[in-house]
Each structure stands twice: as C-alpha cells, then as structure tokens.
Design a protein around this ligand. Structure first.
Ligand code: NAD
Length: 708
C-alpha cells in the first residue's frame, strides 16, 4: 500500500569509496564491492517503493557520494534549503541537486557562502512535535541553524555531536512516529542530552547500545509503523516491537564503508509544515574583538579552539594582519552559542584571553545589578579570572583590584567620580553591593605575548622566558632547575618574596632537609601546606621516621605506624609548633627552620587529617583568608607535590606571579601550569630529586650564602 510519503534516492552507478572524509571511509578506499552495493541499493529501493513514492535523481560520475541523497538539502512543503557541503570532495554534488529541485518546482533557498549545512543529514523534523532537531559539531555550523529557523519558520533545537564516528545527526538520532526517538546518547554533549530529555518523555526514548549504534541502527527510515534499517540487534528489535514498529532489515554493508546506511540513502520529500509554527531558536551571537600577536602567539588558534570545544561556533568577520614581527594583529569574530548560558560561559573565557565584547569603537558600559541577599550574586554575574581586568563605568575603564579566579566584581562608590572595582568572593557579598553582570564593558588586560617572548622554537630569549608555559621533559629538568635557582637567587638578593606550597611527599622522599636548607638560607619567605607535611616533618625530626619508615635506612620501624600520632601529641602538649621549638622539643626540620627564621607558615586542614596539629586552621574560610594574605606580593610560588593545596593557591593567585609546579603526575602538572600565561611552568619529576638539584644549584650560584 502506498501512503503519502515521498522519498528521493540516487542510483549507485558511480558509487565507490573514493576519498576519506569520515572515520568509516578510512581503510575502505576502493573497497566497496560495487556489484553488491547495486544489489543492496535495489533491494532498499524495492522495499521503500512498496510503501512510498520514490523519485530518482540522476547520478554523476565524479560525485560518488551523490547516492547519499539525505545530504541534498532539507525539504519542508514546497521549500528546500540546499546543502553547502563542508568538504570540497562533496561540493560538486550541489549543482546537480539544485537542478533536480528546480526542475521539480521547489522553492530554493541557499545559505550564505562558506556556511556549511549538510541537509537532512543534520536536520530532522520531529515526527510528532512541531520542531526541527538540528545537529552541529562536525559538518553543519551552528549559525546555519538560526538561518533554517527563519527560512522555514520552524523552531530549531540545536544538538552538538561530539563523537566523530557519528558525524551527521542522522547517524545517531532518529525521530519516529508516535513521538518516539531512537538515539545514541554518547554521541552528544551533556547540554544536548539534556535538551533531548526535556523534550522527549522517558517512555518514548529508545536508547541504542553501542553495538547497534555502530551498525547504524539509528540511520533507519520510518514509514508509518515500518522501520527499515541495515541491522538491529535482538533487544532493539524487541524495544521497537514493543513501541509498535515492524522492523525490516535491508543489509547495506557496502554503504557502511562510506559511513552511510538506510536513512543516508534517502531524502524525505513529503514534510508538511505545521500550522502556526514560528521561527524560534535559542542560538545567540556576539561580535568580539581580539588584538595582539594573534598568530605567532597562537592566541587566535586558542580562542577559536576554545569556542568550538565549549559548544559554540565562530565566524571571522574581519582580520587585519600585523605585517612586521613586532606589530600586532586584530580580528573581529562573531561567536555563537546554542543558548545564552553557553554563550555567556564562552564569552567569559574569551574575555580571559583578552577578547573585548563588541568592537573597540562602540563599547558600552558594564551592566550592574545589586545584591539582594547576603552571600548570593545576581544570576549572570561575571566570574573573574586570574588576569588583570578592567570594567567600563560611565565611559571610563576602572581597574579591578584583588584579582583572583572565581570571584565577582563589585563596584563601590558608584555615584562618585572615582568608582572602585574589586574582586569579591560570593560569600563576602552584602545586600546592596553593585555586581558586574553579563560580559558588556569588561576587558582583561593581557600582556602581548609574541613568539620571541614565549621562547618558542629554541632557547628562551626574554628575561623570564624560562617560565615559558609548558611541561618539562626529563632532559630539560636540570636546565630548568638551574633557571629556577637563578631566579630564586635574584629574588633573595633584592629582598623579594618566594612562597612554597608543599605536601607530605616532600618529607617522604627525604627532601625535607633540602627544603629546610632553602629556608635557612633565606630563599623562602612563606610556607603553605596542610596538616600532613607538618606532621611528617615533625615525625621525622622527633622520631627519625616518615610514616613509620626510618629515612636513613629506608626500612619500616617496629610500631612506626603510630609515630606520626606521637609527633602530633608532642606538639599538642607544647601548644604549638613555635612553642615546641622554644621549649627545645623540636630541633630540626622544615617547620623548625620557619620558626627560627620567623618565616610565616599556614597549615590548612582537610578531611583526612590526623590530630590535627594545634597550628592547623580547621575553619576553611579562615584558612583561605590566611593563605590569601600570605600570598600577597609573592613573585614566585614553588608548588611541590600537593595537588590539593597547589590548586587552592593557583585559584587565589593573579596572573603575573610565576608558578613552578613540581609533581610526578603529568596530569596534575598540566592542570596547574596551564593558566594560559607565560609565567607558569610545570616540571614532571620526583619532588625529592627536584629539591636536591635545586639546593645544589643555589649553592653553586652563591657559595658564600651556603644553603647547607
Ligand atoms: P594531594 O593528593 O593533594 O597531592 C599529592 C601530590 O603529590 C599528587 O599530585 C601526587 O601526584 C604528588 N606526588 C606523589 N609522589 C610524588 C613524588 N615522589 N614527587 C612529586 N610529586 C609526587 O595530597 P596531599 O597534599 O599530599 O594531601 C591532601 C591533604 O591531606 C592535605 O591537606 C594534607 O595535609 C592531608 N594529609 C594529612 C595527613 C595526616 O594528617 N596524617 C597525611 C597526609 C595528607
């Protein structure tokens, strides 16, 4: 029986895997058995032609993928929006499809040049609700969705694809009659899955297993209660049967080699517009300006990559290239997000890179909202970064003081001629505070980092270029340590400030004595850490063990597992670490040297602490305040084997302070050193080895001021 459904197909006369533009084609060039492909296609054609009208478009040599008519365009009623293929390999198909639609009386719409959209491969009408599901991430640009909404007067729901095996929406997502949806959730990002779950009730969602997904089970054609598909596993067939569908398998192995199956081989021509449907989409865009050494510093690349990774898309509207090595470039970029929240988060990150929302000639003031409950910010408050920031108040750029990550910007003395902007943590907000919201009128003042300054491609050239961001390989460690030693020596000579953040592993590796030596010799001005490092340092000093291991012999001591508790108890009896030094109980070690040299230290508590020592700050907010105060004015921070405390310190530290992060775990080092600024360096090595090398190097630089 034939219904009202109409499809377009293209005979596989010139079909073959001729090139590689998706992961399925890899290894399959020239491997499709064309005779078998023709048989499989004819079988599918026969099945569909029994149920619907199937029209044919003439194939053309040199366009092997024309057989996948789903990508010809998107049809709604008499209208068709033609595809603009991303890959050059398929762009040759465009005139053939255009000619066919023209010949058949369709109203033809075309997207702007260079805005990729791959037709019904990435745009699927819901079969029971009046909206269009549209995919982006690999082939179709997000901006094309907004144009589809207005051209076809439909609501568009944008879904981001994240698994390159499922490069088109129709490879992993299939709306079915009766409001059912067959799909493979891991192919989408979290926001998209959320969108799907909000719009399709749980009892209508048929979730594919990976085994079915990679057999293109979502790439089926649904005509009334019939579901035609390449292959469906047993449980999927049962699920579809329970939902009232008859499954018909029509094998398409030869087309899978090109990354397509049933749905890809067809284009539905009989899509009827829903009465009263209106153009609607949540997509939002902003124009940003970016200025600096955009190409040689990799900044532009970084900004565009960040945009895509955050679920947005971009279009470069204008680019002025600085032609000399020292001259800067300027770009105007339109950035889009699938909804205002994604765009806001993305803009905040781009502002952190130095982008300005708007074009410099037409900037507005920052938007402000007042706080209505203590400790609670307005909803879309701007979240601060580590970079020096300015906000525009009545046309003037006001620098923000107290820069740190993850705070809000509060404007004091708003009505006065000299308003003041400061970073404030959420918990410190008070009713009536004026908080900067949105992204308008905010700029991060980024130092222009050229290729030379970053020391890319050879030995560092600039003064602090040894801090060139990146993670050191083992070969470079010795060189890097000597450069750190040189920097510490210079800071010591000019009376500057070096902060050490350290974990107990400093003591476990036997390097406590090296850190103590650095403190004694005046290379360290503040020590920050947790209860652990102090406990193990004091255990080492009082009982000669670290975690019950005799550090001189490297062997466990009988009953040694209680040593750290005995150490804690001894200090508790004295009242504090300083009191233990004064009473002659504590006579060596990192914290002994701190007390002797009157170097301030702060110990912040954690859930795993024993004791704790009386000095350990168990009020977390108080501990954060003390850390922040002790970090003020730091020039270099050495982060030694403590993920917890190093990350905490990293968040409180503005750009411009040089961080040296030493950890055995590359992931920790990358996280700590990856602040997008030139001042951070990561060293993947044993902290004991690092400290012993460092002590050797400072001794070599300043034998008179021996660190021994
Ligand atoms: P953490 O997990 O935050 O950091 C330890 C880091 O050291 C890790 O990143 C790890 O990769 C790295 N590391 C391990 N071996 C290394 C080596 N040889 N060289 C270089 N890096 C190495 O843990 P943390 O800072 O040690 O402790 C977390 C919290 O637990 C702290 O507050 C600490 O005071 C507390 N703690 C308390 C006690 C105690 O009270 N007895 C004991 C241990 C830890």
């Amino acid at each position: 029986m034939k219904g009202p459904d109409r499809f377009l197909m293209c005979p596989p006369e010139f079909y073959q895997v001729d090139y590689v533009i998706n992961p399925w084609m890899e290894g399959n060039v020239d491997r499709a058995k064309v005779g078998l492909a023709a048989e499989q296609w004819s079988r599918l054609h026969e099945v569909l032609a029994r149920e619907a009208v199937v029209e044919l478009v003439r194939p053309h040599s040199g366009s092997p993928d024309m057989v996948f008519t789903a990508n010809a365009g998107l049809v709604l009623g008499e209208d068709v929006v033609l595809s603009r293929f991303l890959h050059r390999e398929r762009q040759g198909e465009e005139p053939y499809f255009r000619a066919w639609f023209k010949q058949h009386g369709f109203r033809i719409h075309e997207l702007p040049k260079d805005l990729p959209f791959e037709g019904a491969g990435d745009a699927l009408f819901d079969r029971s609700r009046a909206f269009l599901w549209a995919g982006y991430g690999f082939r179709t640009e997000l901006d094309a969705h907004a144009i589809l909404a207005s051209l076809l007067s439909v609501e568009v729901v944008s879904l981001r694809l994240i698994d390159k095996r499922f490069y088109h929406l129709d490879t992993c997502f299939c709306p079915l009659e009766g409001g059912y949806l067959l799909y493979y959730p891991p192919a989408f990002d979290a926001r998209s899955n959320n969108q799907i779950e909000r719009r399709v009730p749980a009892d209508r969602r048929l979730v594919l297993e990976e085994a079915d997904a990679i057999n293109f089970a979502a790439n089926g054609v649904n005509i009334r209660d019939l579901f035609v598909v390449h292959r469906a596993g047993e449980s999927l067939r049962a699920g579809l049967a329970a939902a009232g569908f008859r499954v018909f398998e029509s094998p398409l192995t030869e087309f899978l080699k090109a990354g397509g199956a049933t749905k890809c081989l067809t284009l539905r021509l009989s899509e009827s517009p829903s009465p009263g449907a209106k153009s609607q989409t949540e997509i939002v865009s902003r124009v940003l300006s970016l200025e600096g050494h955009l190409l040689d510093s990799g900044l532009l690349d970084h900004a565009l990559e960040l945009t895509v990774q955050s679920g947005g898309s971009f279009q470069i509207l204008n680019f002025q290239l600085g032609k000399q090595r020292q001259s800067t470039s300027r770009a105007e970029i339109r950035v889009s997000g699938p909804d205002p929240d994604v765009l806001q988060g993305l803009l905040e990150q781009l502002i952190g890179l130095g982008a300005i929302p708007g074009i410099p000639e037409q900037l507005g003031d920052a938007s402000l909202e007042s706080v209505s409950a203590d400790g609670v910010a307005p909803d879309d408050f701007y979240v601060t970064t580590i970079y020096p920031t300015e906000v525009r108040i009545r046309g003037q750029w006001v620098p923000v003081t107290g820069q740190r990550m993850d705070g809000c910007i509060v404007i004091d003395h708003l009505e006065s001629p000299r308003p003041v902007a400061r970073t404030r943590l959420l918990r410190d907000l008070q009713v009536g505070d004026w908080v900067v919201v949105g992204v308008e009128g905010i700029q991060a003042v980024r130092k222009s980092e050229s290729r030379d300054e970053r020391g890319i491609g050879g030995m560092p050239t600039a003064e602090f270029a040894f801090m060139g961001a990146g993670v050191s390989s083992e070969r470079k460690i010795e060189l890097t340590v000597s450069q750190v030693a040189w920097e510490l020596e210079r800071i010591r000579q000019r009376g500057g400030k070096v902060v050490v953040v350290a974990g107990p592993v400093v003591v476990h590796t036997g390097a406590g004595e090296h850190l103590a030596a650095l403190i004694r010799a005046g290379y360290v001005q503040v020590v920050l850490g947790g209860n652990g490092i102090a406990v193990h340092d004091i255990e080492q000093s009082l009982l000669g063990t670290s975690l019950g291991v005799d550090m001189s012999r490297g062997s466990p001591v009988q009953g040694g597992h209680r040593h750290h508790l005995r150490a804690i108890n001894a200090i508790r009896r004295c009242g504090s670490i300083a009191a233990a030094v004064q009473q002659g109980i504590l006579k060596s070690g990192v914290f002994y040297e701190c007390v002797r040299a009157e170097i301030p230290f702060a110990l912040a508590a954690s859930i795993r602490d024993d004791g704790p020592l009386p000095d350990t700050l168990t009020d977390m907010i108080e501990a954060q305040r003390v850390y922040a105060r002790l970090l003020e004015g730091a020039e270099v921070i050495l982060m030694l084997g403590s993920m917890l405390h190093s990350i905490g310190v990293g968040n409180m530290t503005p750009a411009g302070v040089k961080l040296v992060c030493v950890d055995i775990n590359p992931a920790v080092v990358t996280k700590l050193a990856d602040r997008g600024s030139i001042e951070s360096i990561g060293i993947v090595t044993d902290v004991g080895l690092f400290l012993s090398l460092l002590v050797q190097q400072v001794r070599a630089l300043s034998p008179s001021k021996s660190a021994a």
